[in-house]
Ligand binder design. Sequence first.
Ligand SMILES: *Cc1c(COP(=O)(O)O)cnc(C)c1O
Length: 370
Amino acid sequence: MSRPVRAHIDLPALRHNFGIARRHAGTARLWTVVKANAYGHGLLRCAEALSDTATGNAADGFALIELENALKLRAAGIRQPILLLEGHYHADELPLFAEHRLTPVLHTLAQTHSFVTASLPNRLPVYLKLNTGMNRLGLDPAEYPTALRLLERSANVASITLMTHFSDADYGHAVNGLAPQLARLARFPNPAAHPLSLANSAALLRHPETCAGTGNWARPGIMLYGSAPDPEWHSASELGLRPVMTLSSELIAVRPLAAGERVGYNGHFTAEQDMRIGIVACGYADGYPRHAPTGTPVLVAGQRSRTLGRISMDKLCVDLSHLPTATPGTPVTLWGAGLPADEVAQAAGTVSYELFCALATRVPIIEQST
Ligand SMILES: *Cc1c(COP(=O)(O)O)cnc(C)c1O
């Protein structure tokens, strides 16, 4: 009795993808990255699906950005370590870190200083982030000895792990991939003295050697949700990954379009010949990207078709020329099972990360747990 747009979340697929990450990681432990509401898939739903240590398929820890969400994980009974990827923003957050055993990433000297000078009731593990060329967060080699000395002498520190984040593990436009950043990492004095956390999904899949070594941790995100970190290298299905989110809806109208007639706002699509089109109950207020151009792939009754014209707030239009039996009520898949989000993202000039994170709260979630 409600609008037909739905996001189906396939938790067995999430666990399957986690198993693939586990295989690639060798002996490294895995932070499951659940920032941004588990990339739009639902924080508690995903964390709980990967937290049952009895199954042998549980995350070793959860990594995210938002302190309030870390507290939600603790309130839900999640016992694993929790890593705060940007650490604390203000010293007044640190008592909560201590109380709930949260691991901060420390990425500037000032933040390191504020951590070691806080008065905390117990020691915490910390991550020290090194800048190896991403040039967003992290200490430079000149600052690193000071930070390390502060941490090694601090009564607030239980253990130190060194971390860095790769800008080109998916290669992007860089021919060298990880080599420049690994070379810069080697310039930090004695980086092997502490455990390391280097790999995101792309590095884990493409350069599993970045996980090797005892006590090291990888930080996969996107692959757990079933997308490829670099679809041009290998697609998600080639990597054995299964989509977790399927965004679907239905046709709510079907109409003929005569040659020369236009569709939607600003008439961005003009029919070259007489044709049939369908109107789908899904638009940018549901999280579908407004910038997806005519030709972005969709599935109508399981058959591939394409979008036509501008994406509206609540609707988008699709080509039914080769689908004569499609009628109102015919199912439409926007991405997910049968239509990789990576393909939709590529057509729309973005990445599946952005599609998933943009899923709107008005879209009902159908959770499949077994
Ligand atoms: C988001 C994030 C990850 C996960 O990256 P994916 O590409 O989704 O695997 C890993 N490390 C850090 C620091 C991150 O911010």
